[in-house]
Design a protein. Structure first.
Length: 109
């Protein structure tokens, strides 16, 4: 799997995880209807399945995925929550993504 495909798969995986956690949050905190738990469960199931598609050791996948998750969560903060990220949010995302790339590139050599 090439670097672009791996990275794209990580971003799709992060969205599946965030949606799977955000919907129960809406149910608990915002009093959304209970049916939102069904797509939440489906989204979390997709998250687990997507992580299994990576051809390397699971621990390395989880570690690299963490960097993408941080950047995706900060994007979610801005796009969905309507909160503009701070400079430290953006810097932290860049550092986390750099860590992900170091892990992925190192695994290929």
């Amino acid at each position: 799997m090439n670097l672009a495909t791996t990275t794209a798969l990580f971003f799709v995986t992060a969205i599946a995880e965030i949606v799977g956690c955000f919907l129960p949050y809406l149910w608990i905190k915002e009093k959304a209807p209970a049916w939102v738990l069904i797509p939440a469960a489906l989204s979390l199931s997709a998250f687990v399945w997507l992580l299994s598609l990576h051809p390397t050791a699971s621990g390395r996948v989880y570690a690299a995925y963490g960097g993408v998750y941080v950047a995706t969560a900060i994007s979610w903060l801005w796009i969905v929550d309507g909160v503009r990220p701070t400079n430290s949010d953006l810097l932290g995302s860049v550092v986390a993504l750099a860590g992900m790339f170091i892990i992925i590139i190192g695994a290929r050599s």
